[in-house]
Design a protein around this ligand. Structure first.
Ligand code: 5AD
Ligand code: SF4
Length: 440
């Protein structure tokens, strides 16, 4: 079936990381600025698949999604755009194997409207260029956002961990200029954001020509009237500088939460991963952070079953978890990514059943610590930023400073910051009772 010529409605479907969520929002804004209206995947004239390539079967997922769209029931097949990291890595190959209309990489999506009009003539429109940060200047102003908004400040990665595709799909580390970030943050606050999460593959490597560093940027954003909370993610241990650690003590709007991936607890595995930190240097960073901000919630990323990981080396990861007591974490089975050095490491391949078993044990340890962290907030009073409706009438769900979901019955509205006493702690969420309306 032929795709509609000039699409009037669109749907953006984002997979994977928060940076993709941000990119998806910006693509939707771009298409909206062209006069197109947002719709759903079942009926939209144009569907953008904003893909993630970080772990396996990403490409198969894209093919099955494309197949579903081509045979959808409620409307004829849409125009299909493949965006994101799969488009960057394998877009041309996908277009050779199946009919799609647009391929656009993560550094080129500011050209999406133009690519869509090109594709309307029936030929493939492809842009996988990686210009240095050009896209941000070409995006429309932020207009409508939720109380908690994302803002990408840094992109790309020069770290080349041996398992990871990001340096190949997102390109080299680049920081957006200070002034454009402050402008976008102000626009987000004007549009209703109370909290901004600064995003980057290595967000704590953000810097400018004056050596401002992420901590300097945070201090500047803290001065924006109406911006109540600042967060940042994802950080690399090697870029965790003193200024940023101190900011956790000194900047009130900087929330007590640090996501600092470690991946493994064994020095031999860390070396094979090219992580350029050791177990000890990582633990020392966390000690320094906890010294200035004792209540900080820590989270990490873990990979089990990296090539050659022995039982004893896996135990090192578990003992690191025992030592840190994370408040939350993300864990993955190692997945060989084409083109990465680790994909060539065929010695000591870890069998699937062993990987499953290791992941299960690791996740049980993480769940134990998350439940303990949540239980420790029982009876405490804290501010909650209300973000969305709950299941019950009159119930809203928000986030604590430590990024826990808090459910409460309230007359307040979405976007309000309310003071809440935590009255129930479950493994994955908390329940609270409003004590007083916190500072508006
Ligand atoms: N296999 C498994 N997990 C991976 N990650 C990145 N690449 C891979 C891979 N090839 C995980 C890391 C990273 C997170 C975003 O995804 O833990 O921190
Ligand atoms: Fe990938 Fe490592 Fe860069 Fe993170 S630091 S994006 S895991 S290469």
């Amino acid at each position: 079936m032929n795709a509609p010529k000039s699409p009037k409605t669109f749907h953006v479907k984002s997979y994977g990381c928060q940076m993709n969520v941000y990119d998806g929002e910006r693509m939707a804004e771009l298409l909206g600025a062209q006069g197109m209206t947002a719709s759903d995947a079942a009926t939209a004239d144009l569907v953008v698949l904003n893909t993630c390539h970080i772990r396996e079967r990403a490409t198969e997922k894209v093919y099955s999604e494309i197949g579903r769209l081509k045979h959808r029931e409620e409307a004829p097949a849409p125009m299909i755009a493949v965006a994101g990291c799969v488009a960057q890595a394998e877009g041309e190959e996908i277009a050779r194997r199946t009919k799609i209309d647009v391929v656009v990489g993560p550094q080129a999506y500011h050209n999406l409207p133009e690519l869509v009009s090109q594709a309307a003539s029936g030929t493939l429109a492809l842009d996988t260029d990686m210009p240095a940060i050009a896209k941000f200047g070409a995006l429309p102003k932020r207009r409508k956002v939720s109380p908690s908004a994302f803002l990408t400040v840094q992109e790309g990665c020069d770290k080349f961990c041996t398992y990871c595709v990001v340096p190949y799909t997102r390109g080299a580390e680049i920081s957006r200029p200070f002034a454009t970030i402050v402008d976008e943050a102000k626009a987000l606050v004007d549009a209703g954001a109370k909290e901004i999460t600064l995003l980057g593959q290595n967000v704590n490597a953000w810097d400018d020509e004056n050596g401002t560093g992420l901590h300097g940027l945070i201090v500047a954003l803290d001065k924006i009237d109406g911006l109540k909370r600042i967060r940042y993610t994802t950080s690399h241990p090697n870029d965790m500088r003193e200024g940023l650690i101190r900011a956790h003590a000194e900047v009130e709007s900087l929330m007590p939460y640090l996501h600092l991936p470690v991946q493994a607890g064994s020095d031999r595995i860390l070396k094979a991963m090219n992580r350029s930190h050791t177990r000890d240097s990582y633990l020392r960073i966390l000690e320094r952070v906890r010294a200035v901000r004792p209540d900080i919630a820590l989270s990490g990323d873990f990979i089990v079953g990296f090539p050659g990981e022995t039982d004893a080396e896996f135990e090192d990861t578990l003992s690191l978890i025992d030592e840190v007591r994370y408040a939350a974490s993300f864990s993955f089975k190692y997945s060989p990514r084409p083109g990465t050095p680790a994909a060539e490491m065929t010695d000591g391949f870890v069998p699937a059943a062993v990987m499953d078993e290791r992941l299960k044990r690791l996740q049980a340890a993480i769940a134990r610590d998350q439940a303990a962290f949540n239980a420790a907030t029982l009876g405490k009073t804290c501010e909650v930023l209300l973000e969305r409706p709950g299941k019950l009438p009159g119930q809203l769900i928000g986030k604590s400073p430590w990024l826990q979901s808090v459910h409460l019955m309230t007359d307040a509205k979405i976007g309000d910051l309310v003071e809440v006493e935590i009255v129930r702690a479950d493994p994955n969420s908390l329940a609270g009772v409003e004590t007083a309306k916190a500072a508006a």
